[in-house]
Write a new protein. Structure first.
Length: 41
């Protein structure tokens, strides 16, 4: 496995964790509309 793949994997993993965290926060508060701008990344 080369460095780029490892870096991409870690980056994807971190982004997924960030999204999961944001989704839990938005679901807890009920602000589903906040999730829409995040899809532009």
């Amino acid at each position: 496995m080369d460095n780029k793949n490892t870096h991409e994997f870690v980056k994807d993993l971190q982004e997924k964790q960030e999204k999961d965290k944001k989704n839990k926060e938005t679901q807890g508060k009920g602000h589903h509309s906040q999730r829409l701008p995040n899809k532009e990344h």
